[in-house]
Design a protein around this ligand. Structure first.
Ligand SMILES: [Zn+2]
Length: 528
């Protein structure tokens, strides 16, 4: 056989990697569509619109293969890998955009990941009252806080559908790739979907609140080579080719080789992280859920704190982030940046108001990376539309073995007209008493704007001093806490040194600005 013919008839071994992806934190892979949930009505008894997740033909949540491939590929771009590995991944995932010269497809085929073990019920009813077994989703509400009044802003409430924790998807990759490639892919999956580790990949929306974390587990790897082909061709009743695949066994893919490859990923961390332990001095209630309970023989609405699957208190990442961001805004405003300066924090709910004609601002959506510099420091640090925040926050939860001390608080609303207790105005809420909640702030150092680390540190100092309140009912004595920074990275000299250098940058700008204000003032004197 000539060399040419040999190439023509060349059969390349095919492989199939099969495993499971389990949600470790809630997942929202949006379909871009709105949906309605039966039984979920607004105040005016009208159906409420909810941002829906992608579903398959059975109307069940699905993770599309293209979404998995895209996320893994952009995750790889962020991983500081050696050249050899980079080239392998380019071959596996493909490269270049449509129309570019060196564009080529990858050899990996990503299948849609479907739910294989649907949950029949949620771990805890309190996680969300709107559980949909068919879709395998729950609904979460999101609010924004008005910076002037400090209360939830009207008409800014929106709802999103999530796949809750513990749903298992089957994930399959096929293609013509070698055993060595398969090891590389396994290492990537193991590193990217490593549970709630900060280094891993997050899928879908709300990743800055820790959503979209998955855990990967390999089921089996099968291959279809020359031998399988010959055997299959010889069969009289040729069954589907999938039946003829040979299981390679996990051991043929040397576990130690995969482990070593994963170590290679881990040795170049993407994030710097600070662990934070919040010690609440009194009552705490966050992520409120309305529950109907019988009290004194009457059915009453009780506002209860959100709980984790094991009935522990939780401060959701989004609640922490909201309060933290708003404190950072306050600090930045006191630094006295001018109207045209990136040191003036915008009102995140009124971005349009920031002077558009002065060439700076936080309105619209960032489309090119250079536009990022037009954002105020807060938006650069905590994100704006089109710009994902380099700062991520995890949920804050209790340590496993600590018990919750629940607190029942009954209140009565006073009728403003008569001055007496309003009729039927008794309400109760159930929160936790003096819990300690643990969480983490992590950031990508190379993506932090100049002055960003200093602002983070200043906000953290306020946290240390107990100036930031979390959750519900500040006026009722809820949500006050301090942070014990003892033994954390905060106290390390190297971290403090980094902060000092960054703060110098901010101070220089502020001093320059003060000088220029003074000069204007002196000139004014002369004129008068
Ligand atoms: Zn802004």
């Amino acid at each position: 056989m000539s060399k040419k013919n040999k190439k023509k008839g060349h059969f390349r071994e095919r492989r199939r990697i099969e495993g499971r992806l389990t949600t470790v934190t809630p997942l929202h892979l949006g379909s871009g569509q709105m949906m309605k949930h039966p039984g979920f009505k607004g105040k005016d008894e009208k159906d409420v619109e909810v941002m829906a997740v992608c579903v398959d033909s059975k109307k069940r949540a699905v993770i599309h293969g293209s979404a998995l491939k895209g996320s893994l590929r952009s995750f790889l771009d962020r991983c500081p890998l050696g050249l050899e590995k980079k080239e392998s991944f380019v071959r596996l995932f493909g490269a270049g955009g449509v129309g570019s010269e060196d564009c080529h497809g990858g050899v990996l085929e990503f299948h849609d990941a479907r739910v294989i073990h649907p949950l029949s019920q949620l771990f805890s009813e309190n996680q969300s009252p709107w559980w949909d077994e068919q879709r395998q989703t729950v609904i979460e509400s999101h609010t924004s806080i008005d910076r002037h009044t400090g209360v939830v802003r009207e008409n800014h409430l929106f709802y999103r559908e999530y796949v809750p924790v513990g749903v298992v998807f089957q994930f399959v990759i096929t293609g013509c790739f070698s055993q060595k490639d398969a090891q590389l892919v396994l290492a990537l999956l193991q590193h990217a979907f490593s549970g709630d580790k900060s280094e891993g990949l997050s899928l879908g929306a709300d990743v800055v609140h820790g959503c979209g974390k998955m855990a990967w587990e390999l089921d089996k790897i099968t291959s279809f080579g020359h031998k399988n082909l010959r055997l299959w061709l010889r069969q009289d009743d040729r069954r589907p080719i999938a039946v003829a695949l040979t299981e390679c066994g996990k051991d043929t893919y040397s576990r130690s080789a995969v482990k070593k490859l994963v170590k290679g990923f881990e040795s170049a961390p993407l994030y710097s992280s600070l662990s934070i332990e919040l010690k609440f001095d009194a009552a705490f209630l966050a992520g409120m859920i309305e529950e109907k309970r019988k009290i004194d023989g009457k059915e009453r609405n009780v506002t209860v704190s959100k709980k984790t699957a094991d009935e522990k208190l939780i401060l959701p990442a989004s609640s922490f982030r909201g309060a933290f961001r708003s404190q950072a805004e306050k600090i930045l405003r006191t630094l006295g940046g001018g109207q045209d300066s990136f040191l003036l924090a915008c009102d995140p709910l009124d971005r349009g108001k920031r002077s558009k004609n002065q060439g700076v601002g936080c309105w619209g959506s960032i489309e090119k990376i250079e536009q990022k510099d037009n954002l105020c420091l807060i938006c650069q640090l905590f994100g704006a539309s089109g710009w994902r925040s380099p700062v991520e926050v995890s949920d804050f939860t209790m340590k496993e073995k600590t018990a919750v001390t629940w607190l029942n608080h009954r209140m009565i609303a006073v009728d403003r007209f008569t001055g007496g207790a309003g009729n039927g105005a008794l309400y109760s809420c159930e929160g936790g008493w003096r819990p300690t909640l643990k969480g983490e702030i992590r950031y990508r150092p190379e993506l932090l704007p100049k002055g960003g680390l200093a602002l983070l540190a200043m906000t953290l100092r306020d946290l240390l001093e107990g100036d930031i309140y979390f959750g519900y009912g500040r006026a009722r004595g809820y949500g006050s806490c301090t942070w014990e920074a003892e033994g954390t990275r905060w106290q390390e000299e190297s971290f403090q040194e980094e902060v000092r250098n960054d703060r110098k940058y901010l101070e220089d700008i502020v001093v320059k600005r003060l000088v220029s204000v003074k000069e204007v003032g002196e000139n004014d004197d002369k004129i008068s």
